[in-house]
Design a protein around this ligand. Sequence first.
Ligand SMILES: C[S@@+](CC[C@H](N)C(=O)[O-])C[C@H]1O[C@@H](n2cnc3c(N)ncnc32)[C@H](O)[C@@H]1O
Length: 309
Amino acid sequence: MTPSWFDHAPVLVSETVEILSAVPRGIVVDATLGGAGHATALLDAAPHLRVVGVDQDPEARRAAQERLTPYGDRAVVLAGRFDRLNDLLDRAGIADISGFLFDLGVSSPQLDIPERGFSFRHDGPLDMRMDPDAALTADTIVNQWSEPKLSSIIRSGGDERFAGRIAKAIVAARPIRGTVQLAEVVVAAIPAATRRTGGHPAKRTFQALRIAVNDELTILEPALRAALGRLIPNGRGVVLTYHSGEDRIVKGVFRELTTSTTPVHLPVPEEAAPFRLLRPASRTASSDEQERNPRSRSARLRAIERVAA
Ligand SMILES: C[S@@+](CC[C@H](N)C(=O)[O-])C[C@H]1O[C@@H](n2cnc3c(N)ncnc32)[C@H](O)[C@@H]1O
């Protein structure tokens, strides 16, 4: 059971477990351990696997540790950001892995605790750090970054078409002291006629700020390549994304590694690609799951396998 203070419903869990439980005996790295929902489901389904879980959030690690204790030495929890994956695994003496999972973004408890500063509904400080020891906070971005820089991150991390107007309104309203004040400024900057579509009007801007605070788009590709580089033959990787920017990165890396590099016009034997896509190329949550768990509505699952040498 999830500890009651850490309530996160894992997304596309049976699909993820089905893909990862078919890998050879060994270690599966869960690079975004959270409350260990996926990790425990996998450990239950696949007795031949161990899980090494990474999370940069101490609260998530505490919840995960509690849930993973019954699994003894089949589960290990490591502290750190996943762009340090190579370093973290080297220090743990792990060279090769049988599988990996990235379930990107934040967990429900992180969003729900006002003091963490992710919520546009409950007032809290402008924080949004997943790692409370990190230097950059949302306060710095909101109150100090230039208007063009603000506009650019709101557009790229939020797919927000009114990014320019929102950035201008934020700069004019400075200093902004809390999440509710920020949400009010954002809502007022969006034309009234479009405020009623696509959920809360501040949702996209808050997502974009969170992505910038935690440097999420910059670190994804190198971390993904580090995990792929350690996969053994027939080993598999699963990535769950929640918005178009991160999905584009995953799709691009997977496409590159699953495409043969032999030019089609050359009369030489084809050099096989080192990985293959597990089809369908992208999966979404069933309508049942989307009904039960709103977080799953934007989820997209992609999976890849290293081909046998
Ligand atoms: C969507 S939740 C994962 C939930 C998990 N799969 C479960 O079943 O409970 C994402 C988790 O990854 C962590 N996280 C996000 N980005 C990270 C990163 N770059 N490095 C390490 N942990 C990260 C967050 O702190 C959060 O706990």
